[in-house]
Design a protein around this ligand. Sequence first.
Ligand code: NOJ
Length: 892
Amino acid sequence: MQLHSNLVVLIFILVNSCLAVKDYLFKSCEQNGFCHRNRHYAKEIESDPNFKSPYNVIPESISISGGTLKGTVVKESVETDIRVEFPFEIGVLGNSFHFKLDENREHNQQLVNYRRYNETSNWAFTDGILSNTEAKFSKHKGSVDVLYKTHKVSIQFNPVKLSVFYKTKEVLVINDKQFLNIEHQRSKENNEDNLLPQESDFNMFLDNFADSKNDRLPLGPESIGLDFSLKQFSNLYGIPEHADSMSLKDTKGKEPYRLFNVDIFEYETDSRLPMYGSIPFLMAVRPDVALGIFWVNSADTYIDITKDKDSSVHWISENGVLEFIIIVEESPKQVNEEYGKLTGNTQLPILSSLGYHQCRWNYNDIKDVLEVSSKFDEFEIPYDAIWLDIEYADKKKYFTWDPENFADPGHMLKELNRTGRNLAMIIDPHLKTGYEVSEQVISKGLAMRNNDNQVYYGHCWPGESVWIDTLDPKSQAFWNDLHKTFMISDEYKNLFLWNDMNEPSVFNGPETSAPKDNIHYGNWEHRSIHNVFGLTYHETTFNSLVDRLHTQRPFILTRSYFAGSQRTAAMWTGDNMSKWEYLKISIPMVLTSNIVGMPFAGADVGGFFGNPSKELLTRWYQAGIWYPFFRAHAHIDSRRREPYLIGDPYTSYIRDAIRLRYKLLPVFYTSFYEASLTGTPVLKPVFYDYQSSGDSQIYDVEDEFFLGNSGILAKPITDEGATGVSFKTPNLEKENFYHFTNGVISDKIYQDGFKAELSDIPMLLKGGSVVPMKARYRRSTRLMKHDPYTLVVALNKNGGASGELYVDDGESLSSEFKVLFFSIDKHGVRVDSTGDCDSPLEFEKIIIVGANFDIESVSSGKLAKDSNKVIINNPKEFPIKFELGPSRHDEL
Ligand code: NOJ
């Protein structure tokens, strides 16, 4: 919740509580100087057929050495007296095209760093990225080509334009529309001579937006804008975070998508307003090609999209170097892989973080925590982590415990540990003034500074606060020490952390955040680093936990994030509402996060604000079991709604849903393992595997998804009163999908819509899949460790199936592991494996559907038949050979 200091504003909120009341807090493109100016520039150019871009490459500037092409773009206009040079560099990283352009600026004795911020990639990129040494360059008159793999990028000099070819076909043209705009360094005094006729000078040196009037804009206008024309692409995805559809919309005549990390109070659905996190990565897909644009910039950014047969994307950022990555591959999966090579893949989570998380603001004291915990056991509902929101700390001073209500945290942790449970607790970046931690932050010079270079004081939960500047490398050691001393003793390893409010949220700050002219380490303005601040914070926390836990995988949930956050944290979609439309929108939001390489994502189950009806809560749990991060959470003013409080039949339905999540944990873990290797989604949109199915509707399906590569296709019910469901299954003539509602396999093949009562979780299983499950109820993930597996096998039309299972100790940063590959056909069941873990696994059951051959006996285990299912109980040895009966089909 956001408490705005301005009383007038507060009254306005209350009076208008049923309107779209929060928009006024955030700048629209029209109100935001740099966006306004870039849109204006684009409009002028579009309406002038004779426009000649002032940006050209100086041919003599081109030099090539060591896999890098260097050159200079000049901005030159005869009408005015402008001549500015911008050095640029081009290279190939892995199979990605990398472009970076800077400005040679004059040192102007400002307090703030006068350069364009060029360190976003230091935060976003992972270590050890290799330049592609095979890349070749060839110079021509008026252009230069970069050649790598099956790609060519042709850089035309006059006017500057980049054409990207994939397998000889042009797929992308950069600066096709000539929207390239680099607001060069200038002063207020000489600004008039520095304006192109197409430029507007709106708010170049001042900000007239109500809440940011004090922004000094010390460097004046410095924005960048560039357009990308995507040839024959009309399906565009990514650029979270927005509470909007998975498929990006045309923004002509509307607000652009905005990336600017903010604490958005009671956000609305169907909106392109900014939210808590930003990933400036856009993916475009057509049947034969997938393309990624990664705009490497951490400043306030707007994105205009024009959708057509050829779509166009116009990126506009407030400042920073002009840096982007282009990835062109055949499939979305390959694009994810390349993007993952640059920004890193999701860390393989500690297994217990994939279980169910029980949170609310707040559990009042230790007794409350332990009572809730034991109620879960009484009602036989599994859970893995109970969460403490801000009230656990003494007067919201992080790294302290409330002396009355949390007097003996060690006891609480020990008790939770007995049943394999974890405690997750919140630590925010704002630190209350007047206590040891904030005082040290100030005395060590680690606080974010204001535009006068003094410690910045603002308001957040604890009242007056300072903010730790986690851009400063010195903050790491300090943070490490705090975590070490606070986290009681090394015995208690069952602590998870929650980094909230790290946009950063500042209650009395402009647009609910820090003033843009605040100053960080390196004298960079907050303006330049705003969108990456959240990442610097949770990454510093991650390193502190590694430092403390040594070998155990840390778990951190972050609200604010950027490209690269996937390496160290999970995210959730913030403060949603207990309304059906928020349940519905959570699915495309989580899918979008998966598309952009951040698969460990979820939404508050039940909705944060308000009180859900019993039906909504039940349906939300049934949907929530699919979120890679599965947590229920509720606002402090909402009624208690732990699943056992709702009453039957709802409690039973919710229990069944949570238990199904636990049964499927081996599948989730295996999917995360794959994501950690390849950067591909855990919740996979349907278009991924059916990109070239010829069915164009598949690209817009945002209410159903596959669970990794398991073959499980799920479609949560998100409509009030719905009693049925209809899947958009692709390729029905070629593939068979079996009914798998509630995780119970049936030999019935999906034809069309079917009934789904409130007790039902609709799902299908694609023929050809082997799903490893753990069927027994346990209180927590850790207690399931030695449980045997059940294999659910759905045969494809050729009578075969295959599947994978990843196993390790579930918690070490580097542990022995094993990957099992199952394959089944009329001859039997084979298991192949790789990895170095020797501990044997136990299987208690194999259930097979869709066999059109008759198994008479099996070489291991006990054969049973249940209507059209074949069941092998207690198979001990693999391979299992099938002896077929007389009615076997000869064609097999
Ligand atoms: C805002 C977070 O989004 C919410 O989940 C949390 O409960 C409150 N902060 C209080 O910490």
